[in-house]
Design a protein around this ligand. Structure first.
Ligand SMILES: C[S@@+](CC[C@H](N)C(=O)[O-])C[C@H]1O[C@@H](n2cnc3c(N)ncnc32)[C@H](O)[C@@H]1O
Length: 183
């Protein structure tokens, strides 16, 4: 194989494995905008996490939420990320932080959350419309769902942490299965 052919093949592989999934994550879920650490800590506190609890972050970005859930609460924390670039960064970060959290390079819409105790996310309303009914069907009673900034349509929060404009922090909505789900 000549060098030009090799480079073309390499470009095609990069396009298929990195660029396309990154664009899908961007369009279908949300671009990677990290939750401020102070809000991550508050979300975990509101989750009332016990050691061994299964905690998911749907669209985990650099993995900060699941890293702190494992570190501060000894949770069995799993971050799911679709963009290979962001996922790669989360793996590097986890390696240097010696994090006990797990990271999956997957589309969170295609997994089951039946075993979840706490689910966190920072996602746009268009994807919350899809993930909301799925979670309402799957989650066991008592599972907490904690959303940064955006509400899940039709769900009733059990608690709302108000936004803090002075610190540029958005609100946090806490939901609980099945109390919060549409009747
Ligand atoms: C706004 S960021 C939030 C990052 C992280 N949860 C945090 O709080 O710092 C949303 C993340 O969701 C990821 N994402 C979007 N759609 C996804 C999907 N269908 N499956 C997995 N990850 C997805 C994006 O790549 C992005 O990193």
């Amino acid at each position: 194989m000549r060098l030009t052919e090799f480079l073309l093949l390499l470009e095609l592989i990069i396009f298929i494995t990195i660029f396309i999934p990154t664009m899908v994550a961007f369009i279908t879920g949300a671009p990677w905008v990290p939750t401020p650490t102070a809000r991550v800590k508050k979300m975990l506190e509101l989750g009332e996490i016990k050691p061994g609890h299964k905690v998911y972050d749907l669209g985990c970005g650099d993995g900060r939420m699941v890293h702190l859930a494992a570190k501060l609460y000894n949770a069995d924390a799993v971050g799911i990320e679709l963009s290979p670039l962001v996922y790669g960064w989360a793996r590097v970060r986890n390696f240097f932080l010696k994090s006990k959290s797990k990271l999956l390079l997957r589309d969170f819409r295609k997994l089951s959350y039946k075993d979840a105790d706490v689910i966190c996310f920072y996602l746009l309303p268009n994807v919350l419309k899809i993930i909301g009914p799925k979670l309402a069907q799957e989650l066991k009673p008592g599972t907490k769902v904690i959303s940064y900034a955006f509400a899940v349509e039709g769900w009733e929060p059990v608690y709302t942490e108000p936004k803090d404009p002075a610190k540029n922090l958005s609100r946090i909505l806490v939901y609980e299965a099945p109390t919060s789900f549409p009747k």
